[in-house]
Design a protein around this ligand. Structure first.
Ligand code: IVH
Length: 686
């Protein structure tokens, strides 16, 4: 072998750096894209394992080249060194508040005033939810997120930039070309209800105070001096207003939202254009009906005059615009009295103290019970029988006691004590952190009933007709002693139950038989493993593909998955280590329950366009720009807004401009729409 060819095999460091730099840019763009699909669109395209591999590769490269770490890198979402205090920042535009209206008559008067002031009799409004969180100002320069602040006094807010960076739904870099040089937006940071309840559970388990409501949880999480804490909190953001931007302005509020969405910014999904004020009233009514079923808390709808020039003509008052208002829902807070404290035993055996209240109406629902979470929480809030309390209701769950209202000179009862034995089955109780558990397991009728109700519920096996009452009878009469007994039931047994006749018993047996074909994620969810709700069940099913693979995995394997920490791993492993659980699963399968497995993701095969980059210029006929982009990205390519030597393909549609010229100069491969379609059609899909 000749000497010089030996040297030729090792590229010079500058070339290695160039390749690494290119890969780094590609990784950032891919991770950004997957964050968007996962956190904003809620439809991930790669497995968590694959995502983690991309992320680790990014971290490794950034460690190798610290000078290449940019503020918009996904690695910057994990948090920064703690601050001594949050700095103050003046807002670019005052952050106004909204006038609140409660009654339909007030809304009609608002519409009349707008029409009178504009001297126009047909106004289009945009309506959207009023998110119950924390308002923030977000600033992007040349597409990069550079600053974010809380509202503060409306003129000056607190600088929470590094904390906002940890919110994965917030793009650190905007998508597509055409985004403005400078963009100032307003949005709401909030917490989804399921995340809020899970967080409160984690907080109380650790002995920390529970948050009274999702809004306090969001505010407390965002206004942290240590952004690592913010990073560990499940915050999301939705943007609903452009406060300032360079370049051509959208002419309506609706278009503003559409443009923001094109750039990858989360905007309200639930939004509507209303041509009449009656449609506004109807949207308010329908949204209020949905309120308890939404995954996040809202406290009304916001009504905005759609046309931006009319907004400008209407102007503003000292603290609020004249062109918008909040049409609120009735409040979900009320003051009442604790008449007694009872104990409920859940399906996992947790003993939860419940305040039995003097019934009050809260947001249209009569409330007579509120959760007190656990013994520590009762002690911390010092709630005793006879106390006056303020309760709050968030979503479709049992309301919580926000606080005790001290009454001067009141003689109070003795502090509350947790029982030493299970009030349902009499078994001894054990304590784990702040929680007290019944040790009776399936021998405790309360736990068994809860487990069966959960197994049969809509999001699990979805057994129609197997409600609370029937489950209670099946357990109390000894017909069902574990989950598998459901599949041993016969008509004769059902006919003996109260409320069952020939037809209803047949229907229930049919529903039980139908539920035997069940997807892996529903089956997992139905088992009622602690910490495994609908979302984690989906993550596990997607990652492992089969029940056997999940049962064989150890804690280390679970923890390689993005959303699974030590607590969930521990819980899943110990569930499947328990012989009685394995026995029930065996019996279920012997009785014909067939778990439809998912194909495990192919993590190692590279995608056909991996390493290739595309630039689109001009208009396409068969696809929108975003569709074309998503298509090639799904196949592993990177899409860039500017042409360079590294560009693999330039797709030139109608009226392609300077990018096409540049591509010609650089002698790049140029495809017209037909050529692009051919390339896609001849590419083997992964
Ligand atoms: S628009 C100038 N739209 O409600 C109008 N506000 O006082 C700017 N809010 O603190 C606000 N959801 O943070 C707007 N869809 C929405 C909203 C919304 C929640 C908050 C906002 C403000 C409060 C009203």
């Amino acid at each position: 072998m000749r000497q010089d060819s030996l040297f030729n095999d090792v590229p010079p460091p500058s070339q290695i750096r160039q390749v690494d730099e290119h890969r780094l840019t590609q990784l950032k763009s891919q991770i950004r894209h997957h964050d968007y699909l996962y956190y904003v669109k809620d439809c991930p395209e790669i497995s968590d394992g694959e995502y983690d591999r991309l992320f680790r590769e990014l971290l490794d490269l950034e460690q190798k080249y610290p000078d290449l770490v940019t503020s918009d890198s996904p690695s910057q979402r994990v948090g920064a060194p703690p601050l001594d205090e949050l700095g103050k920042v003046p807002h670019e535009r005052p952050m106004l508040s909204l006038d609140s209206l409660m009654e339909p008559e007030e809304v009609l008067a608002f519409d009349q005033r707008i029409k009178r002031e504009l001297d126009i009799d047909h106004i289009t409004y945009t309506v959207e939810p009023k998110f119950d969180g924390l308002s923030v100002e977000l600033v992007y320069d040349r597409g990069t997120f550079v600053r974010g602040a809380t509202r503060g006094d409306g003129m000056i807010g607190e600088d929470v930039t590094i904390n906002l960076r940890t919110i994965r739904a917030l793009p650190l870099q905007l998508q597509t070309d055409g985004c403005p040089d400078h963009l100032v937006m307003r949005g709401e940071v909030y917490m989804r209800l399921s995340d809020f309840h899970a967080l409160n559970r984690r907080m109380t388990e650790r002995g920390d105070d529970a948050f009274a409501n999702p809004r306090n949880a969001a505010a407390g999480s965002l206004r942290q001096l240590d952004s690592h804490i913010t990073a560990s909190r499940p915050l999301v953001v939705t943007c609903y207003e452009v406060m300032a931007m360079t370049g051509p302005l959208p002419t309506t509020h609706w278009d503003e939202l559409e443009r923001l969405a094109e750039w990858g910014i989360p905007v309200p999904m639930l939004r509507q254009q209303c041509e009449t004020i009656d449609q506004v009233l109807a949207f308010h009514r329908e949204t209020q009906e949905q309120r308890d079923h939404l995954p996040y808390e809202i406290d009304g709808v916001v009504v905005k005059v759609n046309r931006v020039d009319w907004q400008t003509r209407l102007g503003m008052k000292s603290r609020s615009p004249r062109w918008a208002m909040a049409f609120k829902f009735p409040p979900r807070k009320e003051v009442t009295e604790v008449q007694d404290i009872a104990i409920s035993v859940g399906r996992t055996g947790t003993l939860t103290p419940l305040a039995l209240l003097r019934p009050v109406e809260v947001g249209g629902v009569t409330i007579s019970r509120a959760t007190l979470h656990n013994a520590d929480e009762v002690a911390r809030k010092d709630i005793r029988v006879g106390d006056t309390v303020r309760i709050e209701r968030a979503g479709d769950v049992i309301p919580a006691i926000a606080e005790r209202i001290p009454i001067a000179d009141q003689i109070r009862n003795e502090p509350f004590q947790m029982p030493r034995s299970c009030p349902v089955c009499g078994s001894a109780v054990a304590r784990e952190g702040a929680y007290v558990y019944c040790t009776g397991q399936a021998a405790c009728p309360a736990q068994l009933k809860g487990a069966i109700e959960h197994f049969a519920s809509k999001t699990a096996l979805n057994i129609d007709g197997l409600g609370k009452k029937t489950v209670a009878q099946l357990v109390d009469q000894g017909l069902v002693k574990d989950l598998s007994d459901l599949f041993r039931l016969n008509q004769e047994q059902l006919l003996k139950l109260e409320g069952f006749a020939e037809r209803s018993s047949m229907l229930l047996l049919e529903a039980i038989a139908r539920s035997k074909a069940v997807s892996l994620e529903r089956f997992l969810m139905g088992l009622g493993i602690r910490q495994v709700g609908q979302h984690i069940a989906k993550v596990l099913a997607r990652e492992f593909g089969s029940l056997d693979a999940i049962m064989a995995a150890d804690c280390d394997r679970f923890q390689t998955i993005r959303e699974i920490g030590p607590e969930i791993s521990e819980s899943v492993v110990s569930y499947f280590q328990e012989q009685s659980n394995r026995r029930v699963i065996d019996h279920l399968q012997q009785l014909g329950v067939s778990i439809m497995e998912r194909t495990a993701p192919q993590n190692h095969s590279p995608l056909p366009f991996s390493g290739k980059s595309f630039v689109f210029t001009g208009g396409l006929v068969s696809f929108s720009r975003d569709e074309a982009k998503a298509l090639v990205e799904r196949l592993g390519a990177m899409v860039s807004s500017s042409v360079s030597k590294k560009t693999t393909y330039v797709v030139a549609g109608t009226e392609a401009g300077s990018k096409l010229e540049q591509a010609r100069k650089l002698k790049l491969q140029i495809l017209d729409e037909e050529g692009f379609k051919d390339l896609i059609n001849t590419t083997e899909k992964p």
